[in-house]
Design a protein around this ligand. Structure first.
Ligand SMILES: O=C(O)CCC(=O)C(=O)O
Ligand SMILES: [Fe+2]
Length: 369
């Protein structure tokens, strides 16, 4: 589910609307002293972070009621802000997930909560612990502006995750369970959030990707990423072949190759664009192609246009974490990150300067004539 759009962002006035009693209005300003509960372990239709953020807006009388009651109250408010169609979609999705989680037996339970020492390579962990731009840049390359490449996962972690995914798919085939694919562009692959890995991926985003995005992608809200869509894509014989040119429904995307053996499957990047300019041409300096390496991450803005070439032999499985900001501010000026908006802005500035210069020359000419 998603909570996009400026109309649904301003939760501060939500309590004044409809069924919730007037005495239970949300506060206009958050209570910054209040330490919110965690909601990761509950099956909810919205990201646990949204509940923790919204909790600071609860009326004072509700702050200390049981967590389930707070979650119920906030869920009702959030649901009212979804259009009807989306509301029932969100309800159905919750039931769908519930059904999987009740019936699927995980194979490697150790994958379901983050264990930094066994998940990540030491260089990545050191950089995250240092938490400085310099430490981040020391472990990554930026072969093209806004595209960062670095080693992230240990081989053993990649293998365990691949084996868990295979086990899930085996269960899907055996039980003939109809699963939802990660998005409209894939016929294969699986949504990791749907079979129990949501909390682990949330921790991965919060503790390990958000610190990087805060520094590397500040202008698209990298510091305040608050939800994610986590899935795997699978290519090869009997799987998807390639992936067309697109932008992701994310502010920041983490793409990590898990394996296995394959050839082809290169990513091609073609510049960052806002919605208005998404189909404009590419400039030569925006062209960048990348060959995947197992365990290695590519981190880029969701609006960085890209696609994946055909995997010509073997199997390729990649983990994708689309990191989002549900609580987005409505943004109008994209010139800090859209290649075309910034070119247009520079062009406007250049012509204003040229016109001013011309006018000055003209006046000078008149006064000396
Ligand atoms: O196949 C890949 O590595 C890219 C996948 C991708 O861009 C996506 O799923 O959004
Ligand atoms: Fe993508």
């Amino acid at each position: 589910m998603s909570l996009h759009g400026s109309d649904r962002r301003d939760t501060s006035s939500a309590g004044g609307n409809g069924m919730v009693a007037a005495s239970l209005r949300l506060r206009l300003n958050p209570n910054k002293e209040h330490k919110p509960d965690g909601y990761e372990d509950l099956q909810l239709d919205f990201s646990p972070n949204i509940f923790s953020s919204l909790e600071r807006y609860l009326p004072p009388s509700m702050l200390n009621v049981p967590r389930d009651d707070k979650a119920k109250f906030m869920r009702e408010i959030l649901l009212k802000y979804l259009p009807l169609g989306e509301r029932s979609r969100s309800q159905k999705h919750r039931e769908y997930r519930q059904k999987i989680i009740e019936n699927y037996q995980p194979l490697h339970r150790e994958l379901y909560s983050v264990d930094p020492a066994t998940f990540f390579v030491p260089s990545f962990l050191r950089a995250i612990n240092d938490n400085t731009e310099q430490s981040f840049r020391s472990i990554m390359s930026e072969p093209s502006p806004g595209i960062f490449i670095f080693d992230i996962f240990q081989t053993n972690f990649c293998e365990l995750l691949l084996s868990e995914i295979e086990n899930f798919e085996k269960w899907v085939t055996e039980t003939k369970f109809r699963i939802m694919r990660p998005n409209t562009m894939n016929k294969y692959g699986a949504v990791l959030d749907d079979f129990g890995l949501e909390t682990m991926l949330d921790k991965l985003m919060e503790g390990f990707i958000r610190p990087l995005s805060r520094v590397l992608f500040a202008e698209v809200g990298g510091a305040t990423l608050d939800s994610h869509h986590g899935f795997v894509v699978e290519y090869g014989k009997d799987r998807d072949v390639d992936l067309g040119f697109h932008v992701d429904d994310s502010e920041v995307t983490l793409n990590v190759c898990l394996g296995k053996q394959f050839s082809g499957g290169e990513l091609f990047f073609r510049g960052i664009r806002c919605e208005k300019h998404v189909n404009t041409g590419t400039h030569s300096e925006e062209i960048f192609d990348y060959s995947h390496v197992p365990g290695r991450a590519v981190l880029h803005r969701g609006r960085h246009r890209h696609g994946a070439r055909a995997t010509t032999s073997g199997n390729r499985v990649n983990l994708l974490l689309w990191c989002r900001r549900e609580m987005k501010r409505y943004q109008k000026d994209f010139s800090s990150w859209c290649g075309e908006c910034s070119r247009e802005k520079k062009e406007r500035q250049r012509s204003t300067i040229a016109a001013t210069k011309l006018e000055l020359f003209r006046r000078e000419g008149e006064s000396t004539a």
